[in-house]
Design a protein around this ligand. Structure first.
Ligand code: XIL
Length: 454
């Protein structure tokens, strides 16, 4: 875990010495995204991704800004990857995988063997024919992605709900009780580097079902069947709330010698209650050393498989919800960006600010508004000369207020609010531009903001 504390201190002192930026906050190195904040805790923060949404710029923008792991939501399932027996189609899954690799994001593979979302041909098989088809499927798909997958959900949802602790009845189960271990051994042979997980829901607290999974892991460990992790889907709502013993349950699995991961988190609800549950899940993962990371099951509420429950961290417009702030804060991050990103320019030899002549600048604003709130994105453009810093003044209508700002520092919250460049985006070349943004309650500024070089 390396946090850029000393690097940023050097940058800050250099700039203060140059007399350009005096108002840097003491918490200047707190991470401002889920991914960066989780990374500072040695964890990933992931989301389910749908390939067909990647052309949506709001969706892709949040994905790349906030998340350090992706799980294809449907694209790696049996029906998608082997639509007819022996014919494999990786087009959509490859799109997600290649994009994630290019962006340095981890990939959770989901799912190799599952009773659901099977192609019709597999649904109609049984006995040895189905067992062989499953083994071939696991081999082919895990080999195709060999070396690219951080963790595979090798087997998904193999246990029944309720008090029996029994296996779920399925065509795969009817091929013999050993189908799970055969799937794991097959996956290990095909991709020895991937962590191999068992993944399920309603196993988030101690109950008959999670006890049965626990016994399976214990048995696999005792007999040397390869298993590296257990995924807890964590789909919560009023009927199936976050259990009080969530952390203890994660810990008892970790104590068996496997990693634990929160794999499909969504929590129906809104406001503070929803935010509190998200924060509690986050704290539980951080409290369990072997909890590798958290994946939420979609980005915006409207992307969710149960959208009516508004169970995610961003609203339908892509604006962060209270639940987002709660998770970010639980991870030790902060929503007010007051620090340069980890990838800020080298700081060892800053260009003296005096060498760049001052010039004019202009600001244009684009607004995404909804009833009671808005997000404003402001583009700051230098004139014919380079500038070394800028201030943008925006006047809000009466009753409106700025609630958060990114890539700039706001002075004031209502009336005329002045936004000063962050330490990493003040310098603009002649004609160059940068963007900052702010979220507010009420109505967005109705007039064009003014820009002053600083
Ligand atoms: C869901 C997807 O989100 C939906 O788009 C699809 O229609 C059905 O499957 N448990 C799992 C996930 O392991 O694969 C499921 O994903 C949600 C429940």
């Amino acid at each position: 875990m390396t946090r850029p504390r000393t690097v940023f201190a050097a940058l800050a002192s250099g700039l203060v010495a140059a007399g350009t930026f005096a108002a840097l906050t003491p918490t200047a190195d707190a991470a401002t995204t889920l991914g960066a904040a989780a990374a500072a805790q040695g964890r990933y923060f992931g989301t389910a991704v749908a390939a067909y949404k990647l052309s949506d710029t709001v969706y892709a923008g949040i994905l790349d800004r906030e998340f350090t792991s992706v799980t294809p939501e449907n694209e790696m399932k049996w029906d998608a990857t082997e639509p007819s027996q022996g014919t494999f189609n990786y087009t959509s899954a490859d799109t997600i995988v290649n994009r994630a690799i290019a962006n340095g994001q981890k990939i959770r593979g989901h799912a190799l063997a599952w009773h659901s979302q099977q192609p019709a041909w597999a649904q109609n098989l049984s006995g040895t024919a189905l067992r062989n088809a499953m083994v071939n499927h696991v081999t082919q798909v895990a080999t195709h992605y060999r070396g690219k997958i951080d963790s595979w959900d090798v087997v998904n949802e193999a246990f029944a709900d309720g008090s029996t602790g029994a296996r779920r009845d399925s065509n795969l189960q009817r091929t013999g009780n050993d189908w799970i271990e055969v799937a794991f051994r097959t996956a290990r042979a095909a991709d020895p580097a991937a962590k191999l997980c068992y993944n399920d829901y309603n196993t988030d607290g101690q109950n008959a079902k999670s006890n049965a999974v626990y016994a399976l892991v214990q048995d696999f460990k005792a007999r040397g069947v390869p298993i590296d992790c257990v995924g807890f889907q964590s789909h919560f709502n009023a009927a199936s709330p976050l259990p009080a013993d969530y952390q203890a349950n994660l810990q008892r699995f970790a104590n068996l010698g496997v990693d634990v991961q929160i794999t499909e988190l969504d929590i129906e609800g809104s406001g503070t209650a929803q935010a509190d549950s998200f924060a509690a899940v986050t704290r539980a993962c951080l409290a369990v050393t072997r909890c590798n990371g958290i994946t939420v099951w979609g980005i915006r509420d409207t992307d969710s498989w149960r959208a009516s429950g508004t169970p995610l961290l961003f609203d339908g417009n892509g604006n962060p919800k209270a639940a987002y702030t709660a998770v970010l804060n639980a991870l030790g991050g902060t929503v007010t960006p007051s620090s340069p990103p980890v990838s800020s320019p080298p700081v060892t030899s800053p260009t003296p600010s005096t060498s760049v002549p001052a010039g004019a600048c202009s600001a244009t604003v684009s607004v995404n508004a909804w009833t009671g709130g808005f997000v404003a994105t402001v583009k700051v453009t230098a004139g014919t000369a380079a500038i070394t810093g800028w201030r943008v003044a925006a006047t809000l209508p009466g009753g409106s207020a700025v609630t958060s700002t990114w890539n700039a520092t706001a002075a004031g919250t209502s009336g005329t609010v002045t936004f000063t460049n962050a330490s990493y985006n003040g310098r603009l070349t002649a004609g160059g531009s940068t963007e900052f943004g702010f979220q507010g309650t009420g109505t967005a500024p109705g007039t064009t903001p003014t820009c002053t070089p600083a």
